[in-house]
Design a protein around this ligand. Structure first.
Ligand code: ADP
Length: 256
């Protein structure tokens, strides 16, 4: 009984990292997924808590759609993306009757579910739990922080695209982290140029460097840039492991 209850919640989770973005569609779930896979390949035990309740993408990106979430003595059993059970997932996507079902919930209901995701899931022993959040600073963010405060948040990784419209929103995210005392681990610029599938040359179709510039301006660490890469899109669409499928790609080294 003692052993079972130890697996519940985050008591055996060493690090908790939030992945935040100011805007939707900038690649926050993509970065969460690829970071998780990179840690997994480095021999870590990893978890992803998907609290993007209205747009859960993690189940699809890892191709674990509609498995049964079941209950054991120590709580909800997370869904494992790999046979060795080293990549644990929890997402509202696993609880919906139909993948097209819309989640039209007010704040308190979202807060309650996030509380359960944090406290009632048998996360067990993990090196890192990545929390994929919705864009902006909403009920979900506050609920996550309230629930995680009992444990500990090690910090946040912020994702932006290079353009000013995205970096502007990330500034608000930085203010949010400072207000709530969340350490900023650094910024990642995603969709930083486009890698041609024919010649592998990288063109800066948006702009480049906005993330790095913002990191300098705000005194945050710049963690690196990830180009827009059709092979990465393909892996995410098919739910295959990009890092295993395309180890020669330039994007592989930027993620790793
Ligand atoms: P967010 O979580 O910020 O809403 P997603 O991670 O869902 O954004 O990404 C939006 C779309 O862009 C997804 O379809 C994903 O496949 C694609 N995408 C994101 N980053 C890249 C990238 N670096 N290269 C190719 N496709 C990407």
């Amino acid at each position: 009984m003692e052993e079972n209850s130890d697996r519940t919640g985050l008591s055996q989770v060493r690090r908790v990292i939030l992945v935040l973005s100011g805007k939707g569609g900038v690649g926050k779930s993509t970065i969460t997924t690829e970071l998780a896979l990179a840690f997994l390949h480095a021999g870590k035990k990893v978890g992803i808590l998907d609290v993007d309740l209205c747009g859960p993408s993690i189940p699809r990106m890892l191709r674990v759609c509609r498995p049964d979430v079941h209950q054991c003595d120590s709580g909800w059993v997370p869904v494992y993306a790999d046979a060795q059970q080293n990549l644990a997932l929890m997402s509202i996507g696993f609880l919906l009757e139909h993948p097209d079902e819309a989640v039209v919930w007010r704040g308190p209901k979202k807060t309650a579910l996030i509380g359960q995701f944090v406290s009632d899931v048998a996360w067990g022993e993990l090196d890192i739990l990545l929390v994929d959040t919705p864009p902006g600073t909403s009920d979900e963010h506050l609920a996550v922080l309230e629930n995680l405060r009992k444990h500990r948040v090690d910090g946040a990784v912020l994702v932006t695209t290079p353009q000013a419209v995205s970096t502007g929103d990330v500034r608000r995210e930085i203010t949010f982290c400072k207000k709530l005392g969340v350490r900023i681990l650094g910024l990642i610029e995603n969709m930083s140029g486009f890698v041609c599938p024919h010649c592998s040359e990288c063109s800066n179709i948006f702009s480049k460097g906005g993330g790095e510039e913002l990191a300098k301006l705000t005194g945050s660490e710049f963690l690196g840039s990830v180009p827009l890469d059709p092979q990465l899109t393909q892996s995410l669409e098919e739910g295959t492991d990009f890092l295993q499928a395309f180890p020669e790609s330039a994007t592989f080294s930027s993620i790793n």
